[in-house]
Design a protein around this ligand. Structure first.
Ligand SMILES: Nc1nc2c([nH]c(=O)n2[C@H]2C[C@H](O)[C@@H](COP(=O)(O)OP(=O)(O)OP(=O)(O)O)O2)c(=O)[nH]1
Length: 130
């Protein structure tokens, strides 16, 4: 049986631009673009996990707003259950620590990047809302 992996991702919007992050080499889904975030740990809510991951990865603080969607996607290494949230930056600017590149893009240009496939439904919702 493949494992179920619970993941949260932050859709950080500022001045009508969305923060996009490119995964590094040598890990799963290497070099694909994603919303920053990561795996939920035992005892955490999804929102707590997201705030923690953003502090760790981007060294800034976000406010987690409304949930966008949950999507389950089957990769070779397991099923990722990705839940995304609209978020606002409330302290600091995102710093690149483990990602290899970042971009701020308007919603209508998000599909110019090569996204992790679990992220596509979130992007489609953003496109349909705008
Ligand atoms: N953070 C994040 N992960 C995503 C997204 N879309 C997507 O399929 N994933 C996958 C990639 C990873 O397999 C998992 C998130 O775990 P993680 O961010 O802690 O991954 P990691 O690279 O530290 O660890 P690993 O998967 O290499 O073991 O979910 C996304 O938008 N954001």
């Amino acid at each position: 049986m493949k494992k179920e992996i619970q993941v949260v991702g932050a859709v950080i919007q500022s001045d009508n631009l969305i923060f996009c992050a490119q995964r590094g080499p040598g890990k799963s889904l290497a070099e694909l673009w994603e919303f920053p975030g990561g795996k939920i740990e035992a005892g955490e809510t999804d929102r707590e996990a997201l705030e923690r991951e953003i502090k760790e990865e981007l060294q800034c603080q976000i406010k987690v707003l409304d949930k966008i969607t949950t999507n389950r996607y089957e990769y070779d290494f397991g099923f990722v259950n990705l839940t995304t949230f609209n978020c606002l930056l409330i302290d600091g600017q995102p710093k690149l620590t483990e990602h290899i590149d970042v971009k701020w893009l308007p919603i209508n240009q998000l599909k110019t990047l090569n996204w992790a496939p679990a992220d596509i439904p979130t992007i489609d919702i953003l496109l349909n809302e705008n």
